[in-house]
Design a protein around this ligand. Structure first.
Ligand code: PMP
Length: 284
């Protein structure tokens, strides 16, 4: 069984208990992170902990642990669960409070939870064919840069994708593509890799930054620029990126083929470069 971390202690998952008055449960008052580990080593831990700090500050929860304590706890959690290729889910909420009141409690006692599960690679057949996606108006709020546990819009958008046989829903606000329900978006347009600029309407993905870094490292032309949904008709390639799925080629959007309708050559290069990074991490 899984060993999880809850409020300073490691325990078997079935023993982990939180109050039904936890503000995470009652108000979705909390933030989270997902961090991948390859060969037992955490990918971009510093970047994930920085984003966690930003998310906590954004909703005004004091960080319950400092960086060395987060690092030690997460490495311990990985080791206790056998290392290998895993994904860590961690969540911090504003903790239990009674009576129910929207405003913060006087003395919040944050709930800190972390677990590690095996990283399940994307079905190789899907990776080879590319995946279908749909687009939808963005129904979220204006602080999508914070990784909060208030995920109902993402839940509904992912369910819609599933019901339509698609892998992801690409969110559009005022005619601009922002990101996927649980991923960032890249397009290859006229030989240039394009992704929307960071801002309040999308999550600054750690994988997104890594992909841009790979472009710079290998001298591939790239730009952070607005991506009108209408311009996707002319895109040669479309990808979505995330920590658990890495880079995924999108080969149809709303039922129409993207580019040649197959994973493109630019995707193949970047996916190879990404796997090189992971190999380096695995071998220390
Ligand atoms: N955008 C959203 C809305 C997400 O939920 C995620 C992560 N699941 C991402 C982008 C990708 O971020 P990362 O590369 O850090 O996993």
């Amino acid at each position: 069984g899984l060993t999880v971390y809850l409020n300073g202690e490691f325990m078997p998952l079935p023993e982990a208990r939180i109050s039904p008055l936890d503000r995470g449960f009652v108000f979705a008052d909390g933030v989270y992170e997902v961090i991948p580990a390859y060969g037992g080593r955490l990918l971009r831990l510093g970047e994930h902990l920085q984003r966690l700090e930003n998310s906590l500050a954004g909703i005004r929860i004091d960080n319950p642990l400092d960086r060395p304590a987060w690092t030690a706890m997460l490495e311990d959690l990985l080791a206790r669960n056998g290392g290998g290729d895993r994904s860590i889910y961690l969540q911090v909420t504003r903790g239990p409070a009674f009576p129910r009141d929207h405003a913060f409690p006087e003395q919040p006692r944050p709930t800190v939870f972390a677990m590690s599960t095996p990283l399940r690679p994307l079905d190789p057949a899907l990776r080879a064919s590319g995946v279908p996606a749909i687009s939808h108006e963005d129904i979220r709020w204006d602080r999508c840069d914070l990784k909060t546990i208030a995920l109902l819009p993402a839940v509904l958008m992912k369910q819609l994708a599933k019901e339509r046989g698609a892998f992801e829903t690409i969110l559009v606000r005022n005619g601009l593509v922002l990101e996927g329900a649980a991923s960032n978006v890249f397009a290859v347009m006229d030989g240039v890799l394009v992704t929307p600029p960071k801002g309040p309407f999308l999550l600054p993905g750690i994988t997104r930054d890594l992909v841009l870094e790979l472009a710079a490292e290998h001298g591939f032309p790239w730009r952070e620029a607005d991506l009108p949904a209408a311009a996707l008709d002319r895109a040669d390639e479309l990808w979505v990126t995330s920590s658990t799925r890495e880079i995924v080629p999108v080969t149809s959007l709303d039922g129409r083929a993207v580019g040649a309708g197959r994973p493109g050559p630019v995707y193949a290069r970047f996916y190879g470069w990404y796997q090189e990074k992971l190999a380096q991490l695995r071998s220390g």
